[in-house]
Design a protein around this ligand. Structure first.
Ligand SMILES: C[S@@+](CC[C@H](N)C(=O)[O-])C[C@H]1O[C@@H](n2cnc3c(N)ncnc32)[C@H](O)[C@@H]1O
Length: 277
């Protein structure tokens, strides 16, 4: 039976929830997030038939699956196709033509959408690579996130019509077909779906990807804004290890690397960085 209302959490209870989120995801949530936390969690407590945060916290301490659900509920998954178009223009107009001209060996590119949410970013990268490099290239985009729910949407590749508004019309026709099972939805064509690999991975856990994987380009956009300085440093070091020398890192437009302090990266503007050494 569902309870009708939840007793508001104490400051201490909010702080404990922040501690769990910060330790698991590297966030820097504080008690200032009280409103957001309550507004997102009260419904979950009601679903569980719990009317107070003390009982909920006891459950979180024992139940790893419930902690995963907590993380899903307290993260923001907003994303869109070709978000921050200026970066995609740079990718198509400058970066990929240069990459192709300088490429030695097999025509192969490996990209990573880290914190991919439901995959719109990863599909946008794959489309841009196909269109710029040509179909005879071996293109793979790894899309990772902690949210199993968002990754499910991505690997199914079915999106409502409104979401496709930011996809240029010619690519909408070429890469999406009406979803036969869901009215008003469009599905990524199988050839493009095969270019994108979805996988659960926590950016704080370097072992959540096999050690040998190396990337040419990493997109990690609109994730750093939520992270503590220590988590950002740890993840940047991990990206540095995962990138080939001369590889590229795209951050969100409000995110940056202090390249005077960290000289391993060269700023190309527009929150795009090149691994220099
Ligand atoms: C706002 S979305 C950004 C999606 C996409 N990169 C974009 O810019 O449109 C942030 C995503 O990062 C994921 N995320 C947050 N912390 C993470 C972590 N520690 N490891 C993996 N993913 C994380 C969230 O689950 C969420 O889906």
């Amino acid at each position: 039976m569902l309870n009708k209302s939840v007793i508001p959490p104490t400051d201490q209870e909010i702080e404990e929830i922040c501690r769990i989120i910060n330790q698991t995801l590297g966030f820097n949530y504080t008690a200032q997030k009280k409103y957001l936390i309550e507004s997102r969690l009260n419904k979950r407590l009601l679903q569980l038939g719990i009317d107070n945060y003390q009982t909920y916290l006891a459950r979180l301490r024992q139940d790893a699956q419930e902690r995963d659900i907590l993380c899903e509920l307290l993260t923001t998954n907003v994303t869109s196709f070709f978000r921050e178009p200026v970066q995609f223009k740079y990718l198509a107009g400058t970066l990929l033509p240069r990459f192709s001209a300088e490429k030695k060996g097999p025509k192969k590119i490996r990209c990573w959408s880290a914190g991919s949410s439901s995959g719109e970013e990863a599909y946008s990268i794959a489309i841009t690579c196909r269109e710029t490099l040509g179909e005879n290239w071996d293109i793979k985009v790894l899309a990772t996130d902690i949210s199993v729910e968002q990754l499910k949407i991505g690997s199914l590749g079915s999106f409502p019509r409104e979401k496709l508004a930011s996809v240029p019309a010619r690519w909408r026709m070429k890469y999406f077909h009406p979803d036969q099972t869901l009215d008003g939805y469009f599905r990524v064509i199988p050839e493009l779906r095969r270019d994108v690999l979805f996988r659960v991975a926590n950016l704080l856990d370097e072992n959540s990807l096999p050690p040998h994987i190396r990337m040419d380009i990493i997109f990690c956009r609109n994730v750093f804004i939520y992270l503590s300085k220590a988590a950002r440093t740890q993840i940047l070091n991990h990206f540095h290890d995962r990138l080939h020398t001369g590889g590229y890192l795209f951050l969100g437009h409000s995110e940056s690397i202090d390249t005077t302090a960290d000289r391993r990266w060269l700023s190309l503007g527009k929150s795009i960085y090149k691994k220099g050494r």
